[in-house]
Design a protein around this ligand. Structure first.
Ligand SMILES: *[C@@H]1O[C@H](CO)[C@@H](O)[C@H](O)[C@H]1NC(C)=O
Ligand SMILES: *[C@@H]1O[C@H](CO)[C@@H](O)[C@H](O)[C@H]1NC(C)=O
Ligand SMILES: *[C@@H]1O[C@H](CO)[C@@H](O)[C@H](O)[C@H]1NC(C)=O
Ligand SMILES: *[C@@H]1O[C@H](CO)[C@@H](O)[C@H](O)[C@H]1NC(C)=O
Ligand SMILES: *[C@@H]1O[C@H](CO)[C@@H](O)[C@H](O)[C@H]1NC(C)=O
Length: 324
C-alpha cells in the first residue's frame, strides 16, 4: 500500500503546480495566436527553449470521459523528430506523477516536491514526448459516468487511448503523419502492445492510419508465469539467492500451474528469495534503501501477504522499492 500513498501524494503535488492552460491564453504576447493548450506559466519551471502543452481530450462525449495529457516538444528539431507516447503502469499509476516528473520528462520534481529541475536525460532530446494519463480514474483523467469505473479493463483502456490519439491529432495536425512509437513500463507491458495491436488493426482503414514504427517496454508485466521465472533468474544471476536455492526453485516450481504454492519446497525457496528483498530494493539492487524496523516476524511475511490475494500474482508492490 506504500505505492498507493506515494501515488496520492504525487498527485497532489502535480495538482499544485500545473496551471490551467485555458487561463493562460490571456497572457498572450505574440502576434501568432497561441495554441489553446499551450502551458505558458508553470511555477518553478526552469527556463527552456521548447514549448509544452497540457489539457483534457474528450474520448467519449456521451459518458463524459476525458483523458489528460502533457506534451513536450523536442528540445530541438521537433519538426523532424518522431512522436513518442508514454504510459505508466500500475494499473493506476499516473504518467504525470511518475513518467513526466520523476523519470523521463524534462521537468523533474526536485527535493521535497516544491520545485522543478531540468532533467538533462529527458527523452524529449530525441523525440516529441506525449504523456497520457490512462485509463480514466488515473491521475487527472476522469469519467462523468461513475459506472465506467466498474468496467475498466485492458481493452477499455486501449480503446480510450486509441480515441485519444485521433482527438489529439486534431489539436496537433502537424503530427498526424509523424513516425510514432509507444513506450511504457511495468503494467504498461500490457497497455502498450494492446494499443499497438489496436492501431495495427485499425490501420487497414487509410483515414485512420497511424505511422506506428515500434514500441518500447521497460521492466514490463508480461504474464505472471514468465514474470515469476524472470524474477527468480534475475535474483540468482545477481547473487540475491544461492545456487542451491535456485536449484530448488528450478526443480520444484511450476509457475504455469494454478497451484504453484501447494509445493512446499517451492513455496519455502521462493519465500527465501522474497525475504532478501526486505533489505534490498528489488528494483535498484545497488542503491541504499531505508529499512523500517519491523515488529512482525519476517517468516514468510511477504509471500503470505501475496498468497492472500492470488497464488500467482507478482509481488509488484511488495517490499522496498518502486515500480510504477
Ligand atoms: C463532466 O462534467 C462537468 C460538469 O458538468 C463538465 O464541465 C465537463 O465538461 C464534463 N466532461 C466531459 C468530458 O464531458
Ligand atoms: C497525411 O498523409 C495523408 C496521406 O498521405 C494526407 O492525405 C494528409 O494530407 C497528410 N496529413 C498531414 C497533416 O500532413
Ligand atoms: C479493418 O479491419 C477491421 C477488423 O478486422 C474490420 O472490422 C474493418 O471493416 C476493416 N476496415 C477496412 C476499411 O477494411
Ligand atoms: C487454471 O485456471 C484457469 C482459470 O480458472 C483455467 O482456465 C485453466 O484451465 C486452469 N489450468 C490448469 C492447468 O488447471
Ligand atoms: C531500528 O533498530 C535499531 C536497532 O535496534 C535502532 O538502533 C534504530 O534506532 C531503530 N530505528 C528506528 C527508525 O526505529
Amino acid at each position: 500500500m506504500a505505492l498507493l500513498r506515494v501515488h496520492v501524494s504525487i498527485f497532489v503535488a502535480a495538482c499544485a503546480f500545473l496551471v490551467c492552460p485555458a487561463s493562460c491564453t490571456t497572457t498572450r504576447r505574440h502576434a501568432e495566436p497561441l495554441h489553446q493548450d499551450l502551458v505558458t506559466q508553470l511555477p518553478g519551471q526552469p527556463s527552456v527553449g521548447f514549448r509544452h502543452y497540457a489539457s483534457y481530450t474528450t474520448v467519449d462525449e456521451k459518458n463524459g470521459r476525458a483523458l489528460f495529457y502533457w506534451f513536450f516538444e523536442a528540445t530541438s528539431g521537433s519538426d523532424e523528430k518522431p512522436l513518442v507516447l508514454w504510459l505508466n503502469g500500475g494499473p493506476g499509476c499516473s504518467s504525470v506523477g511518475y513518467g513526466a516528473t520523476q523519470e523521463i520528462g524534462p521537468f523533474l520534481v526536485d527535493g521535497e516536491g516544491y520545485a522543478l529541475k531540468f532533467n538533462p536525460y529527458s527523452w524529449n532530446k530525441e523525440a516529441n514526448l506525449l504523456f497520457l494519463e490512462s485509463p480514466v480514474g488515473v491521475g487527472f483523467s476522469y469519467s462523468n459516468t461513475s459506472s465506467d469505473y466498474d468496467i475498466l479493463g485492458d481493452s477499455f483502456a486501449a480503446n480510450d487511448a486509441y480515441s485519444f490519439l485521433h482527438e489529439w491529432y486534431k489539436k496537433f495536425p502537424s503530427y498526424r503523419n509523424r513516425s510514432f512509437y509507444i513506450a511504457g513500463e511495468s503494467y504498461a507491458g500490457k497497455y502498450v502492445p494492446e494499443l499497438a495491436e489496436l492501431i495495427y488493426d485499425k490501420n487497414n482503414d487509410s483515414s485512420l492510419f497511424i505511422d506506428l514504427k515500434g514500441f518500447l517496454l521497460g521492466n514490463p508485466e508480461t504474464s505472471d508465469a514468465e514474470d515469476w521465472q524472470g524474477f527468480v533468474d534475475y535474483a540468482w544471476s545477481h547473487a540475491i539467492i544461492s545456487d542451491s536455492t535456485y536449484k530448488i526453485i528450478k526443480d520444484n516450481c511450476d509457475f504455469y500451474s494454478n497451484d504453484t504454492w501447494s509445493n512446499e519446497k517451492c513455496k519455502d525457496a521462493v519465500d527465501e528469495l522474497l525475504r532478501q528483498y526486505k533489505f534490498i530494493d528489488m528494483y535498484s539492487l545497488y542503491t541504499p534503501v531505508c529499512t523500517q524496523n519491523s515488529t512482525s516476524s519476517d517468516n514468510g511475511v511477504m509471500q503470505n501477504m501475496m498468497l492472500r490475494h492470488s497464488s500467482n500474482m507478482m509481488p509488484r508492490i511488495m517490499g522496498n522499492g518502486y515500480n510504477p
